[in-house]
Design a protein around this ligand. Structure first.
Ligand code: C2O
Ligand code: CU
Length: 482
C-alpha cells in the first residue's frame, strides 16, 4: 500500500496538516492520560500482541503490539539511585529487546540485539538490572526491528524522580506518538514503504498522547504544571506552541538545563527527544490554552487544549520557576584536548549521494534502495545489521570528543548516541544557548550540529538516526569506547 492510498478515518476531524484528531471526551478522567505509574524496580514487562482503543469509543479496537497490553506501556518510575529491575518477557512471535533510551547504564543492559545482548526469542525472558544514576524523563522501546515494533505500539516512559523534585501542583506526562491508520482503523502494515525510507520516514496520520487521540486536558486555573514530553513517534517531529503561556524549560532529554523560556515560546521535539516544562496555567477559571504543533511548514494543527475548570484559581501570583540542580555526574568535556570526528550524513531523495559502501562494497543508490532497503549513509557507509560490529569510530575511555554532524540531505536527522549525553555546542554554526546535554540531537536538513562529550562509558554503543526508517535504511553505526 502506498502512502497516498492510506486515508485517515473519514469520520474524524481532519486538520490542515493531514493529521486527524477526533473530538473526543475530556482526557483527565480516562485511564490513558492520568495513567498510574508502576515501580520500575522488580517487575515483569511483557511484549505481546494486544487490542487497544487508540481511536476512542466510536471506533473498534486496534490490533497493536504492546508492553503489558497497553500503548504506551506502564510508566515505570524509580527514584534516582534506585535500581531499575525489569524482566522482559517476550510474548511476540519474533525476537525483541528493550532499549532504555537516554539512560547511562552498563553496556550489557543497553538492549541492542547482537551488539550488547542476544535477542530475546519468543517465549524467552531477559532481566535488565542497572542503577538509575540520572534523574529525568526517559523512555523505553525495543531495538529489534524497531521501525516496525515501535510503530506497532511498543514504547513506554520511564521517569527517574529527583530527590527533591520542584514544587508543582501537577506532574503531567505526555508520550507523543504518531500512528499510520487505515480507514478501517487498523495500523497500516507498510513498514518497508520505499517512499518513507527515502524521504522523511513513516509519518502517520493519527497523533496520540498517551495512546489516545487527545482533545482537552482538564487543569485548574492558576496551578503550576510540570509537563514531561516524550516524542516516541517513529518519524514525526513536534514543534509545540502554547499560545499565551510562556513555557519554561527545565530539562532536555532528561538532563537539567538552566531555567529558560522556550525560544519563541515553541518547544521542539524530534523523534526520541524529551523536554520537561513548567507551565503556569492562567489564573482565570474556564480559560483554554490551545497547544498547537507547527513542526511542518503550512501544516499547523491543534494538538490538544488545556482547559481550566470553573474552580477558583489555585493562586493568582506566579512564583519564580524553580531550577533543577545541574547533574554533577556528567563529565565536562576538555575542549582543549578534544578530538573531532566529522560525520557526513548522506542519502535519500534530493541529495548528492549516488552510491555508498554496503557490506564492504560500493553500491549505487538505486540498487541500495530496490534490492537492500537502504538509502542512507554516515561517512559513505550504509550500515547493515550484518556489518554493525565494525565500529564507525573507536574512542579512548575518558577522553573528550567533538562530533561534527554534517547533514548533506534534504531531511532532518535526530541523531541518538547510546550510553552517553553530549553537550550541543552549535547548530548551523550558531552557539546553542546553555549548550544543553542531550542524548538525541537534531541535525537540520543541509545543516550541521556540533556536540562534545567525554567517552566515559565503556562498550559498543549505537549511534543512529531516530527516524527509525532511516536507521533501518543505513543511518547507523557503532561507537566503540575503551
Ligand atoms: Cu531510542 Cu537506539 O534508540
Ligand atoms: Cu534520519
Amino acid at each position: 500500500m502506498s502512502v497516498r492510498e492510506i486515508t485517515r478515518p473519514t469520520r474524524r476531524q481532519v486538520l490542515a496538516g493531514g493529521v486527524a484528531l477526533a473530538g473526543g471526551a475530556a482526557l483527565g478522567g480516562l485511564p490513558g492520560i492520568a495513567r498510574a505509574a508502576v515501580s520500575g524496580n522488580g517487575r515483569t514487562v511483557e511484549a505481546g500482541a494486544a487490542r487497544v482503543g487508540l481511536l476512542g469509543a466510536n471506533w473498534p479496537e486496534t490490533d497493536v503490539w504492546a508492553f503489558d497490553g497497553r500503548v504506551p506501556g506502564h510508566v515505570l518510575r524509580v527514584r534516582r539511585g534506585e535500581e531499575v529491575d525489569v524482566t522482559l518477557s517476550n510474548a511476540l512471535a519474533e525476537d525483541t529487546t528493550i532499549h532504555w533510551h537516554g539512560l547511562r547504564l552498563p553496556n550489557a543492559m543497553d538492549g541492542v540485539p547482537h551488539v550488547t545482548q542476544a535477542p530475546v526469542a519468543p517465549g524467552e525472558t531477559f532481566r535488565y538490572r542497572f542503577a538509575a544514576q540520572d534523574a529525568g524523563t526517559f523512555w523505553y522501546h525495543p531495538h529489534s526491528r524497531s521501525y516496525e515494533q515501535v510503530a506497532r505500539g511498543l514504547f513506554g516512559a520511564l521517569v527517574v524522580e529527583e530527590e527533591t523534585p520542584p514544587a508543582v501542583d501537577r506532574d503531567l506526562l505526555w508520550v507523543l506518538a504518531d500512528f499510520r491508520m487505515t480507514r478501517e482503523g487498523a495500523i497500516a502494515e507498510d513498514f518497508e514503504n520505499r517512499h518513507d525510507l527515502t524521504h522523511a520516514g513513516r509519518l502517520g496520520n493519527t497523533v496520540t498522547i498517551n495512546g489516545q487521540v487527545p482533545d482537552r486536558v482538564p487543569v485548574r486555573a492558576g496551578e503550576r504544571v510540570r509537563l514531561r514530553l516524550v516524542n516516541a513517534a517513529v518519524a514525526r517531529g513536534f514543534t509545540l506552541g502554547f499560545g499565551s503561556l510562556a513555557p519554561a524549560v527545565i530539562a532536555l532529554d532528561g538532563q537539567p538545563v538552566p531555567v529558560h523560556a522556550a525560544p519563541d515560546g515553541r518547544v521542539v521535539l524530534t523523534p526520541g527527544q524529551r523536554a520537561d516544562l513548567i507551565l503556569d496555567i492562567p489564573a482565570e477559571p474556564g480559560s483554554v490554552v490551545e497547544v498547537v504543533d507547527g513542526h511542518y511548514r503550512g501544516q499547523d494543527y491543534r494538538l490538544v487544549s488545556l482547559a481550566a475548570g470553573p474552580d477558583a484559581p489555585l493562586r493568582t501570583h506566579v512564583a519564580d520557576v524553580p531550577a533543577l540542580a545541574p547533574n554533577p555526574l556528567l563529565a565536562e568535556p576538555d575542549f582543549e584536548r578534544a578530538e573531532t570526528y566529522v560525520l557526513e550524513m548522506g542519502g535519500g531523495m534530493m541529495s548528492g549521494m549516488s552510491s555508498a559502501i554496503v557490506d564492504g562494497q560500493d553500491m549505487g543508490l538505486r540498487e541500495m534502495v530496490m534490492r537492500h532497503g537502504l538509502a542512507w549513509a554516515i561517512n559513505g557507509i550504509a550500515m547493515t545489521h550484518d556489518y554493525l560490529a565494525q565500529p564507525l569510530m573507536t574512542l579512548g575511555l575518558g577522553r573528550s570528543y567533538v562530533l561534527d554532524f554534517r547533514n548533506d540531505t534534504a531531511f532532518e536527522h535526530p541523531m541518538h548516541l547510546h550510553g552517553h549525553h553530549v553537550r550541543v555546542l552549535r547548530v548551523n554554526g550558531e552557539k546553542v544557548p546553555h549548550a544543553p546535554w542531550r542524548d538525541t540531537v537534531n541535525v537540520p536538513p543541509r545543516g550541521r550540529a556540533e556536540v562534545a562529550f567525554v567517552a566515559d562509558n565503556p562498550g559498543d554503543w549505537m549511534l543512529h538516526c531516530h527516524v527509525l526508517a532511516h536507521q533501518h535504511g543505513g543511518m547507523m553505526g557503532l561507537v566503540r569506547v575503551g
